[in-house]
Write a protein that binds this ligand. Structure first.
Ligand SMILES: O=C(O)CCC(=O)C(=O)O
Ligand SMILES: [Fe+2]
Length: 439
């Protein structure tokens, strides 16, 4: 957990010095974490060399005494420039094959060999306790390639050929429905707003309204129905896209329920543990279209962030993960360096959101990720990129607190209970504040 030991290091341009038991001390600037390009060793050396005061604060923190909050330290003005950023790397995530697990219904899953299930559950737990991401294969019996292809095709036609006027018929409030370029600066949700808003267009389908757009609650009485199907913003979409999104929603929801059973087993809980929380789940399907071109100086396709909810089911185009190709990158939380994540055909990427990290008492990790701009003139910059992002989450108004599992150290919960709605709203407010001060 990050701890602030001393705020307002204004002499160095940093706002906070932070110390973590795992990664050592470092600095946050007003807009982004400069520590992310520094190795823990370099940070440690720089910090200690730069400020005797900070050293005292760190010692106080280690000894359990409160920080003095005094400052600024003149020595910090002389901080040497950080070392150059580490080159981006390509990282391979654990690949998990769920074909046997998803093949039948709950009864078939219950009859699978316990040893085999335990080993699958262990892989699942290890992926999310480690990097916080995995690549999923063998899911097609629930989310068939045809549902993916139909939605990719209809969404590509929408984003690439419809006029702004047609798109804006589905615009609501910049949160649900259509989002134009310039409406999101997602890095503001982690206090690292970029100078220029993200170069992305979006189409968000959600089962819930929110206070922010004046309509709260589950939109459908029947949880098997697609809750947003009759909403005016969905009705305003080309019919082929509305239907393709509805088919994808149903299939991805079915996959989510089975992955929740696997998650429960992985955390040492009854397979059905998550059922009541997900009867009217707080899911959002986000279609994200990143137009061609490198963007402006300082502009990303989608800035660094963690997802807000349970786990995310991400369907990406096939991409190599190389530097400058404008695809997904994840951050190594120990060093802050970024690595591209290749995407192979018939593979989904699954990652943990904040709420699930909190629900597991931080056993599972919500890892920062981003989509940088492609290099100017590259083949990647010549094409648009489409992702189908299904954010899964429990009923937005059901409080979640540390899961009753020894694996989550439930005797020592780190956080009070919270609802999905509160968590998401806190992030949105942070984003608004960050966007106002930052970008
Ligand atoms: O487009 C991608 O690969 C990632 C999108 C993403 O991280 C998100 O929508 O939260
Ligand atoms: Fe994300």
């Amino acid at each position: 957990m990050w701890r602030t030991v001393w705020g307002n290091l204004s002499a160095s341009g940093a706002r906070e010095a932070i110390v973590t038991p795992e990664y050592g001390p470092g600095y946050f600037t007003g807009q982004s974490c400069v520590t992310k390009e520094w190795s823990p060793e370099a940070l440690w050396a720089q910090t200690l060399a730069a400020s005797a005061h900070l050293r005292e604060e760190f010692a106080a923190w280690e000894a359990g005494r409160p920080p003095t909050g005094q400052g600024p330290s003149p020595a910090l003005a002389d901080l040497p420039a950080p070392p150059p950023p580490l080159p981006a790397r390509v990282c391979t995530l654990p690949t998990i094959d769920v074909s046997r697990f998803v093949a039948g219904g709950a009864a078939e899953r219950a009859s699978l060999a316990e040893e085999w299930k335990a080993s699958l559950a262990e892989e699942w737990d290890a992926a999310f306790s480690g990097v916080g991401f995995c690549q999923l294969v063998g899911y097609e019996s629930l989310l068939p390639a045809s549902a993916i292809a139909a939605l990719r095709e209809a969404a590509t036609v929408f984003f690439e050929t419809e006029s702004r006027e047609v798109k804006m018929r589905s615009h609501i409030d910049g949160l649900l429905g259509y989002l134009a370029i310039g409406e999101e600066n997602v890095a503001a949700t982690v206090g690292a707003a970029n100078r220029v808003a993200d170069k992305v267009e979006g189409l968000n389908f959600s089962g819930y309204g929110s206070e922010l757009n004046g309509s709260r609650g589950w939109r459908s009485r029947d949880p098997c129905e697609v809750p947003w199907l009759e909403e005016p913003f969905a009705r305003a979409l080309p019919e082929r896209l509305r239907q393709a999104a509805a088919e994808y929603w149903k299939a991805a929801t079915a996959l989510m329920h089975v992955l929740l059973e696997l998650s429960a087993l992985a955390l040492g809980l009854e397979a059905s543990h998550f059922g009541p929380y997900y009867a009217e789940p707080g899911c959002t399907l986000r279609l994200a279209y990143y137009p061609p071109g490198p963007g402006e100086e300082g502009q990303l396709r989608y800035g660094e962030h963690t997802d807000y909810e349970g786990f995310t089911i991400l369907q990406r185009p096939v991409e190599g993960g190389g530097e400058g190709n404008g695809g997904l990158e994840v951050q190594d939380p120990r060093t802050g360096s970024w690595a591209g994540v290749p995407s192979l055909p018939d593979t989904l990427t699954i990652n943990i959101g904040d709420l699930m990290a909190r629900w597991t008492n931080d056993r599972w990790r919500a890892t920062r990720h981003r989509v940088p701009a492609p290099t100017a003139g590259s083949a990647a910059a010549a094409c648009g990129r489409l992702s189908l992002v299904y954010f899964t989450g429990p009923n937005p108004s059901m409080p979640v607190h540390c899961l009753p599992s020894a694996k989550c150290d439930c005797e020592n919960p780190k956080y009070p209970s919270i609802t999905l709605e509160e968590n998401v709203q806190a992030k949105l407010l942070a984003a608004q504040r960050g966007a106002a001060d930052g970008a």
